[in-house]
Ligand binder design. Structure first.
Ligand code: GLC
Length: 591
């Protein structure tokens, strides 16, 4: 396993402290069993000044969490929200019994969430992916996954417990890739790990003492060696949520945090061979982290990318050096939203248009720009598409539309305003119309429909974990409840999420908080699902907290960009036919 080089931490320290005129940091590395990592000898060493020092063995003594704290730990000034605040007391005996059992589910969830907390140098830093005592193979579920921590972090924020989130943000920043290598190759700087583990290891040269080290995985140890493209995007989204919820903007204003944001943006905005404004990624680069035919421009990554761009724009401090980056960001926001809204969207009308497409159009004004052959419209979709409603397809490539419905991508397109208001409502209309397939006995299907037979064999490589209606291939994931809830609240339709939460409450605690469910109806606990999966627990809590206090969803929501609205309307009024283009906008992306 590749461990993070400690010199990175040192550099980060230099980055932070040099701007404050403190640059007395010694160079050195922590080497444990031939491996390098970010370390903390917090058990023994404490720094009064907050400056990293050398201990005489050539290793870096990271002072306790203080090193990362420029301000006193935040008090719970917001007081948090009562976990049962939604349901008023009173009513019938049945109501009371029902409420009591809901309260006990929430209490249980909070206890489990707290039990999942991981400590580094004595301080909470994240939550473990799953805490399943019945599981014989732990794999990497004992690690803190960046994406899995997001609902945990939001739950803690909504409770007024800010320190763990702050600590997560700052420590993962220390892990951000500087010198990553796999098979002698270094990916671009700015990559955030998929996960990390806190290891307590014997101290070099001192048998009686131990130190904590942070051991990140950038995908080089992960099954399939998948690249965690979503990690940095989620990190930016959480950073903004932290500032909005706690009121503590000092974290996002820090020099090292600003640098971290810019590094992620630079990595995402770097020029490559790609012709589209969407991010080009390999298969398995997000929540679906194994081969599932989502390489190319999967919707989930695009929605998170868009959201992260808007969040970053809000947080970036205006300074001379970043004007090029901000210009590139603004261009990309416009091009990306146009591309997704225009080419990923399908409903009955659009489907009928594709059905009648002419192909092989060679011209700048082609209607069928991606040369989609109408025969690609799958038979299931002809039946499935409701007359009211629509959604964003899973992926778009030359001569290829992946018509599967991917939940997270669609929900986050609503949350981030990547989808228009009309499209957002239509997505929720479709969810309501297709409730028995997308929710059934447990919210929420990760994608619909599943690949079966030959298609499953070819697309997944005969993956026995991704058999039809299991895991990533049409399995049902309770964690998606929280994204559903944010989307419904944003569109002022919380009753949809409330209904889904009630369905989950019927069995999620009894079933021991599984990672996912199998079968078309989500009737079975997933074949290889972990129990006590933290993001199932946290996702449920976030839904409950937000439904009790819908305004709090604003910490995650991106409102429609007003420049974008006027750009679109001037474009449409200039060219009411469907041949839309960007000439008036001096766009350099092909949309
Ligand atoms: C699985 C999921 C991934 C998640 C990880 C830890 O690999 O596909 O999204 O982050 O488990 O829970």
């Amino acid at each position: 396993m590749q461990l993070l080089n400690c010199s990175r931490m040192l550099r980060n320290c230099r980055r932070v402290y040099s701007i404050q005129g403190i640059d007395g940091v010694s160079h050195g590395k922590t080497k444990i069993s031939g491996l390098e990592s970010v370390s903390c000898k917090g058990h023994q060493a404490e720094s009064v000044s907050g400056i990293t020092a050398e201990d005489g063995h050539g290793t870096i003594i990271a002072p306790k969490i203080k090193e990362f704290e420029m301000v006193e730990p935040m008090k719970h000034e917001k007081g948090g929200f009562a976990s049962n605040g939604k349901f008023a007391a009173g009513g019938t005996i049945n109501d009371t019994l029902g409420k009591a059992s809901v309260d006990s589910i929430e209490d249980e969830a909070w206890n489990l969430l707290r039990e999942s907390i991981v400590f580094y140098c004595g301080n909470p830093i994240g939550t473990i992916a799953a805490n399943d005592p019945s599981s014989s193979s732990i794999l990497n579920y004992d690690q803190v996954f960046i994406r899995d921590f997001i609902p945990s972090g939001i739950a803690f924020l909504l409770k007024g417990e800010y320190d763990i989130v702050r600590s997560f943000i700052l420590h993962t920043l220390q892990l951000q890739s500087w010198e990553k290598t796999m098979d002698c190759h270094s990916p671009g700087q700015g990559l955030m790990p998929a996960s990390f583990k806190v290891r307590t290891v014997p101290l070099d040269g001192d048998e009686s003492a131990t130190e904590d080290v942070l051991d990140p995985d950038f995908g080089e140890a992960a099954i399939g060696r998948v690249a965690p493209v979503d990690s940095g995007l989620w990190w930016i989204i959480l950073l903004r949520a932290y500032g909005k919820c706690s009121g503590d903007l000092s974290v996002q204003e820090r020099f090292d945090v600003q640098t971290g944001i810019k590094m992620i943006l630079k990595l995402c905005l770097a020029d490559g061979f790609d012709m589209f404004p969407t991010l080009l990624v390999t298969d398995g680069s997000c929540m679906i982290d194994r081969r599932m035919g989502i390489h190319g421009h999967p919707l989930e990554i695009q929605a998170l990318f868009y959201s992260a761009l808007l969040c970053a724009r809000e947080m970036l401090a205006p300074e001379d050096g970043s004007s090029d980056l901000i210009r590139a960001l603004n261009n990309r926001v416009v091009a990306l939203s146009f591309h997704i809204r225009e080419y990923y969207w399908i409903d009955m009308r659009k489907l009928n248009e594709i059905y009648r497409y002419k192909t092989e159009e060679y011209s700048y004004d082609a209607v069928n720009k991606f040369n989609i052959y109408p025969d690609q419209i799958p038979p299931w979709l002809v039946e499935w598409m409701p007359s009211k409603g629509g959604y964003l397809i899973g992926n778009l490539q030359p001569a290829h539309m992946d018509f599967r419905f991917f939940s997270l991508g669609n929900l986050w397109s609503v949350v981030s305003s990547l989808a228009t208001m009309d499209q957002s409502h239509a997505i929720l209309d479709l969810i309501e119309a297709k409730w028995s397939e997308l929710v059934a006995d447990m919210p929420f299907k990760i994608c619909y429909p599943a690949f079966e037979g030959q298609e499953w064999r070819i697309t997944t490589g005969s993956d026995p974990k991704n058999t039809p209606w299991s895991y990533h291939n049409g399995g049902s994931w309770p964690t998606l409840l929280w994204q559903l809830t944010v989307a419904c609240i944003k569109m002022n339709r919380p009753e949809i999420a409330e209904k889904a939460v009630k369905i989950a409450e019927k069995r999620i605690s009894r079933d021991k908080w599984p990672e996912y469910y199998d079968t078309k109806q989500a009737r079975f606990i997933g074949k290889q699902a972990r129990l006590f999966q933290t993001w199932s627990i946290a996702g449920y809590l976030v839904s409950k907290l937000l439904l009790a206090n819908p305004d709090a969803a604003n910490i995650l929501v991106n409102r429609e960009d007003s420049d974008l609205v006027s750009a679109f309307s001037s474009m449409l009024s200039a060219n009411p036919r469907r041949k839309r283009d960007w000439k008036g906008l001096k766009q350099k992306f092909i949309v």
